[in-house]
Design a protein around this ligand. Structure first.
Ligand SMILES: Cc1ncc(COP(=O)(O)O)c(C=O)c1O
Length: 458
């Protein structure tokens, strides 16, 4: 990772950023007394900031994205070659990498039939919602238009995807929201809502049925769920949950949309998070790991049956999917995505996510036995969370300021970790770990040691 930025250049860069850039999820008054974090180079899982500090990245680029790690020349070269030959053509036509990637992706998603390209996770979910809403008009005379989402899940930053997001603080001040999105309760067993439940998986899944019956099955078109709630606190569903969700969807003719924006493409040790649970979604959305951040690409993948709904009725002018995504036509996305698939397979990174993920979980459970403040450890593959509490008995969540301090301490010691970030009234108390799928046991040891030291010293 060669870097030869001199002092002057560094200061210039920092002042330009401070003066002109509006960072996401950031209260900028923080930069009155400290410098913004500016990453100038990266290799593998290591970042170099503008001051020359080396940081081990346990977040895959700050937002669960760079799954194959930094510095992949083969991706950069493939993109450069494709861009010089044909950079863009709108999605009403096709492109070579687009067709090749769609075929390669569908091979890894038995049961799914079509890929619709766009450029962000929010956009991929918007397409899914538009499919549901249009089917409501085409097939159900405007009924079956409501979409259920789950408390604690996140589905994006646009007004419609925020309307489908179960995080109070993330949504706060951005309303009014889009009508006909309905919330169902979360499935976090550590925060069990029932006085007593001997089958939490089934009980929490039955909440879906209760909402369907309350709203009327004739009004519910779809439910959207993350396979493992990510930004909402790393919440894998309890045993039995997914089978019950699937059977409720079938019983009431409700489409199952799975948001794989974080879990997709190997993060949990399988190609997709839902594939751990033996379920058959109708629509799957994905973004971040698709091209690992080397290009912007997202996909809304549907069954062939859904696609066919939009092909029928050719005589009616309005009956096809009249959606457009300008940057869904960029060829850099599917080109990078094809290379990512190759890397994931050649380097056996799904297997690595699984085995190193197990190692991470073992180390975190050890950490929990050492520190009372860790109330719960959760996750799957290389996606893990530590929920911090004031005491284990009451499970009172620590204040958000506590995990901010833990994260800042880790960063000072050269490790970047993630955390729930101003999402809930009280549950901004989970540390989130999401290292690249190339992580080794040594990387995990460094990450766990940084958290251990931070908790001990604070
Ligand atoms: C589960 C999930 N869905 C959707 C999104 C939105 O993706 P994007 O930020 O690319 O619009 C995110 C972003 O973090 C996410 O975590």
């Amino acid at each position: 990772m060669p870097i030869n930025t001199n002092n002057q250049t560094k200061q210039n860069l920092i002042s330009k950023d401070r003066a002109y850039v509006w960072h996401h999820l950031t209260q900028h008054s923080a930069f009155d007394n400290s410098d913004p974090l500016i990453i100038v180079e990266a290799e593998g899982m290591q970042l170099k900031d503008a001051h020359g500090n080396i940081i081990l990245d346990a977040t895959s680029g700050g937002l669960w994205t760079v799954n194959v790690g930094y510095g992949r020349e083969q991706i950069a070269k493939a993109i450069a070659k494709q861009l010089t030959s044909m950079p863009f053509f709108a999605g009403y036509g096709g492109t070579k990498p687009g067709a090749e990637y769609a075929e390669a992706l569908l091979k890894r998603m038995p049961g799914m039939g079509r890929v619709y390209f766009s450029s962000s996770g929010s956009e991929a979910n918007e397409k899914a919602f538009k499919i549901v809403r249009q089917l409501s008009h085409k097939k159900y005379a405007g009924k079956k238009n409501k979409i259920i989402y789950r408390e604690r899940d996140y589905h994006g930053t646009t007004i419609a995807t925020l309307s489908a997001t179960g995080q109070f603080e993330r949504k706060n001040q951005y309303g009014p929201f889009v009508p006909d999105f309905v919330e169902m309760p979360h499935c976090c067993e550590y925060r069990c809502q029932y006085e007593d439940s001997d089958n939490y998986g089934v009980d929490s899944a039955n909440e879906l049925k209760k909402i369907i019956l309350k709203e009327g099955e004739e009004n519910i078109g779809a439910v959207i769920l993350e396979p493992i709630t990510a930004g909402g606190g790393i919440i894998p569903a309890p045993d039995g949950y997914w089978q019950r969700i699937q059977s409720i969807c079938r019983q009431y003719n409700v489409l199952l949309i799975i948001d794989e924006v974080v879990c997709g493409l190997g993060r949990t040790g399988k190609w997709f998070g839902y594939q751990h649970y033996d379920i058959e979604p109708d629509i799957v959305t994905m973004a971040k790991g698709v091209a690992s951040g080397y290009a912007a690409i997202s996909c809304t993948v549907t069954t062939e049956a859904i696609f066919e709904e939009f092909k029928q009725g050719n005589s009616k002018r309005m009956d096809y999917f009249r959606d457009v995504s300008t940057f869904g036509g960029c060829t850099a996305g599917p080109t990078a995505a094809l290379q990512c698939l190759r890397i994931l397979e050649e380097e056996k990174l799904l297997e690595n996510a699984s085995t190193i993920g197990d190692y991470l979980m073992t180390r975190l459970v050890e950490l929990k036995s050492k520190h009372e403040i860790i109330g719960d450890v959760r996750g799957k593959g290389l996606l893990a969370g530590l929920e911090l509490v004031e005491d284990r008995q009451s499970k009172t969540p620590v204040d958000e300021s506590v995990i901010i301090k833990v994260a800042a301490h880790c960063l000072k010691n050269g490790v970047l970790i993630g955390r729930t970030n101003r999402s809930f009234k009280e549950f901004n108390n989970t540390i989130a770990l999401c290292p690249a799928l190339i992580a080794t046991t040594q990387d995990i040891d460094i990450i766990v040691a940084a958290i251990d030291t931070a908790i001990s010293e604070l």
